[in-house]
Design a binder for this molecule. Structure first.
Ligand SMILES: [Zn+2]
Length: 324
């Protein structure tokens, strides 16, 4: 068979940029990664990416044809195809279409990494067939992608769906965005560690985590302690799940999702996180929503999720007749 369309999915991260060629069925045919090096101009990264992606594409042989490029990146603007003031990259403003134009003459679509994860869930994951759902990515921060009536919510600015930056405590922890008390300062890997520090300071109860300095504490250690039955570590997961579940109950009031998918590093804690989150969400839902919202694990394979999400974004745009 000849002329099989494939897309290039690119996930630009603070440290590494991952990319891969994805077919319409969500198979990643070849993939690679390069250091992002955001200390250098973005053109430098795209030149290196093109060189490596070109090798991979050549390796796929003459039967395939590149149909489009999807990009997931922090603060990527869906409408403009730009990255604007990304929190973890020193680039201030990047025009993705202009950067890619010298190398590829195909449609390009971009959105933030959490929205891309939601597109991946919709096209290739556990949200297939769903028209209303939310994907929450729990890693170093909290990202979210919201799909309503079958379409991703981009909003007026192109930056809609930032549940991680809804304020749960106006007098709370300082967030990377410069404000206080954002959900992601509590419901994230870093937030969990800060909650352990709070709990250690609040009581003298014995804990395997006591005595570790703040730098030595990690979400992984808290998880291991909780698995071993450490009461303080379990309390930290409960408090994290409480705030997350409460916030999800609020999110349900806006869009009435069929399901909420949790995805990312912190989700490997499984029931330790899901149980208190589900309990707090259900306890705080408006009565008309009670018992209607499923809280589920992502159905996209974790290792390739970012590439598949970026690929799903451009596949969706191509199905609509092309981005922009
Ligand atoms: Zn914030």
């Amino acid at each position: 068979m000849q002329n099989i369309p494939i897309v290039l999915g690119i996930d630009i991260g603070g440290t590494n940029t991952k990319f891969g060629f994805v077919d319409r069925e969500g198979r990643c045919l070849a993939d690679g990664a390069i250091p992002t090096r955001a200390d250098l101009p973005p053109g430098q990264m795209f030149r290196r990416l093109h060189a490596r992606a070109g090798e991979l594409l050549a390796g796929l042989g003459p039967a395939v044809r590149l149909a489009g490029i999807g990009v997931g990146a922090p603060n990527a603007n869906y409408y403009k195809g730009t990255i604007e003031q990304p929190p973890n990259l020193s680039w201030r403003w990047v025009d993705l279409r202009a950067e890619l134009a010298p190398y590829y003459q195909v449609p390009v679509a971009a959105t933030n990494d959490a929205n891309a994860a939601a597109m991946g869930e919709m096209l290739f994951g556990a949200a297939q067939g769903m028209r209303d759902f939310i994907v929450i990515t729990l890693g170093t921060g909290l990202g979210s992608g919201i799909v309503v009536n079958g379409a991703m919510v981009y909003g007026f600015s192109g930056f809609a769906g930032e549940i991680g930056h809804t304020i749960v405590d106006p007098a709370g922890r300082l967030c990377g965005c410069g404000r206080n008390g954002c959900l992601e300062t509590y419901a994230s890997a870093g937030g969990l560690v800060l909650t352990v520090a709070d709990l250690l300071a609040e009581s003298a109860a014995p804990s395997a985590l006591r005595g570790l300095d703040a730098a030595g504490l990690s979400a992984k250690l808290v998880f291991e302690a909780a698995q071993a039955g450490d009461a303080l570590a379990l309390a930290a997961f409960d408090r994290t799940g409480d705030l997350l579940g409460w916030s999800l109950a609020n999110a349900v009031a806006y869009t009435s999702p069929e399901a909420i998918f949790l995805f990312g590093g912190l989700v490997s804690a499984g029931d330790l996180l899901f149980n208190p989150t589900r309990r707090a969400m259900e306890a705080n839902l408006l009565n008309i929503y009670q018992g209607t919202v499923k809280l589920l694990h992502s159905g996209v394979p974790a290792g390739k999720a970012a590439i598949l999400g970026a690929g799903a974004l451009i596949w969706t745009e191509l199905a609509k007749g092309g981005p922009g």
